[in-house]
Design a protein around this ligand. Structure first.
Ligand SMILES: [Zn+2]
Length: 283
């Protein structure tokens, strides 16, 4: 699988893939359809009928800014499960070093999104991206402090950021750079956000866990089991997809396997996912 990257006006976005994990639909969705749509095979559903989940960050490059959206699992979580961790080599393939990252956006504090916020060096947990501010909504931080679910990122992924003065608690519509802004999208978790990129009239959204899988575009009622508030998650999903249709924006799915970006077309029969097969992007 080649490295995927896209152009949005003057901005470049790269997928930084850590792993692709096949899981039975019943383990991801609370109410999956009896049959998975055939057009999703083989890119998003494998021949055995498993949902394919990409674990990946997105790197947004504009002027001097290098914004990393989410950091994926800790390698120590994947290795005992026999899943190779390709995150470091994927980031290196974009030509960016960890020291070059200027900001990390945490869409939310689940371990598949925030697990590599920190690394252990000489017995100490330190920020993986030493020169980055780590941005997180106040509501998400508060929720993380109060919750104990197994999806929750462990303490060592969050507490050392504050100790190193790298944690920035922000509003859910925070402007990150001239081109990058957070978009409130609560429901999956109380402080969850998506990310909007705009440059020269072109727009892209990075969905976080607003949309877990392309199957939810055709059927936004399909709920993911980890959604903390399924009703709010669905409302956020429908609102985000409507904005993407109206703005003719590109959607980059945080868990979408390649092609991970595409357009959402609204019509009489609902919304349709149109993957961008050209990996270079067109906008
Ligand atoms: Zn996730």
């Amino acid at each position: 699988m080649g490295v995927q990257h896209w152009t949005v006006g003057e901005v470049r976005i790269h997928a930084v893939l850590q792993a692709v994990i096949p899981i039975p639909a019943s383990r991801l969705f609370a109410n999956q359809p009896a049959r998975l749509p055939a057009h999703l095979v083989p890119d998003y559903v494998d021949a055995a009928g498993n949902i394919l989940m990409a674990i990946q960050s997105y790197l947004i490059e504009s002027a001097a800014a290098r914004v990393l959206v989410d950091t994926c699992f800790a390698g120590s979580f994947l290795q005992p499960r026999g899943i190779p961790d390709r995150h470091e080599e994927s980031l290196a393939a974009t030509g960016t070093a960890p020291e070059d990252i200027t900001a990390v956006v945490c869409t939310h504090l689940h371990r598949d999104h925030a697990g590599r916020n920190t690394v252990e060096r000489d017995g100490q947990w330190v920020p993986t991206y030493p020169n980055a501010d780590y941005l997180l909504t106040e509501a998400e931080h508060q929720h993380w402090c109060e919750c104990t679910g197994e999806d929750r990122a462990p303490a060592e992924c969050v507490v050392p950021l504050a100790q190193h003065d790298k944690l920035r608690l922000v509003d859910p519509d925070h402007q990150v750079t001239d081109n990058v802004r957070l978009v409130p999208a609560a429901g999956h978790t109380p402080g969850h956000v998506a990310v909007r990129v705009e440059s020269d009239g072109a727009v892209a959204y990075i969905g976080g866990d607003t949309v877990h899988h392309p199957i939810q575009i055709g059927d936004p009622e399909i709920a993911a089991l980890p959604d903390a508030d399924p009703g709010a998650a669905r409302a956020s999903r429908e609102k985000l997809l409507r904005r993407i249709v109206d703005e003719r924006a590109l959607l980059l799915g945080s868990h979408f396997t390649a092609p991970s970006a595409g357009f959402v077309v609204g019509g009489e029969g609902g919304m349709t996912w149109q993957p961008l097969i050209d990996r270079e992007g067109t906008r």
